[in-house]
Structures are given as structure tokens and as C-alpha cells.
Design a protein around this ligand. Sequence first.
Ligand code: FES
Ligand SMILES: [Fe+2]
Length: 326
Amino acid sequence: MDFPQKLKACWHPVGYSKEIGEQPFGTFLLDQAVVIWRGADGQAHAMRDLCIHRGTALSLGWVKDDCLVCPYHAWEYDKKGACVFIPQAPEAHIPEKAKTPTYHCVERYGLVWVALESPGYSLPEIPELEDADWKVVQTGPFDWKSDSSRQTENFTDFGHFPWVHPGLLGDPERPEVPKCKVEKKGAVLHYSIVRPEATNTDEFPVFANDDVVQPERRSVYRLHLPYTIVLRLGWGGEKGMVYFFVSQPISKNKCRGYCIIGRNYDKDEPDTVLQNFEQVIFDQDKRIVESQRPEQVPFDFAEELHLKFDAVAMNYRKAMKAEGLA
Ligand code: FES
Ligand SMILES: [Fe+2]
């Protein structure tokens, strides 16, 4: 089964900008091998990671004179994907067929984004992440053997916090999930919740809930279909946090999550505190989600058992189907 065409026409992250340096960077998106490389001006380009000559991965090559060079026989491809030099026959006419498809590629929020086909939705606007008064920390990436739909649903699943993350994100003494109304506006689900959370630990003092006995967090969610979540957290005061989570659909049952966190407090805290905290959280989730069958979220309601507090998952599945992304 192939991926829905509409999924190919979405922006997906393929790596943190910092991961893509002078060496070409090979990855997969929806089963397609993709190479990302930077031209002379530093701009990132994306193309099929396959040399037309003998099918070698171009990502094993190198960049020279604003071209990507194949590692096998050193054919040179420009940023439009056209082969412009064949060292074995420098005088010969270069055949029309000597090229590799290129993809849409932009950089924003410290990520490189690729769309295999003309993107149907724009990237979410998150002013906090581009505001100098906010400290931004990149965590992960988190490579999981699961589908991006499972990784995304897990990030916004309220019922599991006390059980999978006791003492870190939830309190097993307060497992009830408050009501949550989900509204679909275009390809974005809007919902918010005030829910019990755990008090900060000494090891990970990351949330602004100090000195509160039974803390509660206000969470405002925007779930941008298919695999992006913008979550704004607050505790009733000035202090705020924004979580930007997005999952790269590498292949069926293989994904890579990126979690970028902005805060307007504790700006001097070393990045490693949040990075280590999220590593613990995501590892706690990983073993659960990798065990789920089927690996991809079943978009047919009859296949799993939904209760009222699963409103987000139900709306997510319904909306993915309605948008032709399932
Ligand atoms: S395989 Fe790429 S140049 Fe020969
Ligand atoms: Fe979790």
C-alpha cells in the first residue's frame, strides 16, 4: 500500500538544521530516499537520494562547486537535480535523462522541512520560537519503530500521564481525565485542558509549578494535521512554555520525533536539563508505543475501544480521514 498522495503534499521535518552541515545528509520520507545538502550560500536543497547512473546513494558523496557529486563515478548534480558534468566523458552531450527529482525544502524553527509534492498546508506560526525573549531548546530527535500517527497521538494522550510518567508528568492519585472539547478548523484541531500534573522533581526542575501542593497545568493545544502539535502550557501566572512537537514519517512503522521547547523563564538553566528530561519521558513512551498493534493508528473507529475521554484521538482519526491523510 502506498502513502496517500496528500501526505506527500505536506511539509515534514527531515532533520534539525544543526544536523545538516557540509556533508550531504541522507534520510527517508514516506519510504522515499531523500538527500539534503547545502549549496555554496548555505541554503538547503532536497532531492531523491539516487544517482541515475547506477543507483548509488548521492548522500554518500560530497559537495563541490555548488553541486552534489555522486560517490561512485563523480557525476555532478546541480540544485535543480540536473547532471551537469560526467568526468568519464567531459566532452559528450549529457543525456536529458541524467537528473534526479528535487523536492520542496525550507528551514524554519531550527528544522529542515521537505515536501515531496507541492505542500497543501503551511507551517504553523509559533511567534514564541522566534522571539528573543524566549529561550528555545531542541530535544531529541526520538527514533521510534512506530508509525508517526501513533507517536503523534501519544504526545497528546491525557490518560497515560500518571501511569507512564508517574511523578514527572502525572499523579497516579489523580488519574481522572477532565472533559475536553475538540474543534476542527481547517486542518487544525483546537482543544485545551486543565489537568493535574506532578510537582517538579529536584532532578528536573522544568515546570513553573513550584510550591504548589497539587499542581495543575493549563494546556492549549493546536494539532496541525497530520503530525504536528503546538502545545502552550501555563500555570496561571506570567510564566509560559511552548512545546512544538512534530513527527517525521520515515516509513510505515518508522518515525522520528522532534520536540522543540520554548520558555520565558529559567533562561539560564542548561539545555541538558530539558534534553535529559525529554529523553526520559520519550523513552518511557517508546516502549509502550512500539508495542501497539497495528503499528499505525486504525482510522476505523470500530477497531479499538474509545471512551469519552479519548475525544482527542477520535477527532484526530476522524479529521485525518476527512482530510484524505489516512
Ligand atoms: S553511480 Fe553515480 S556516477 Fe555512477
Ligand atoms: Fe507520554
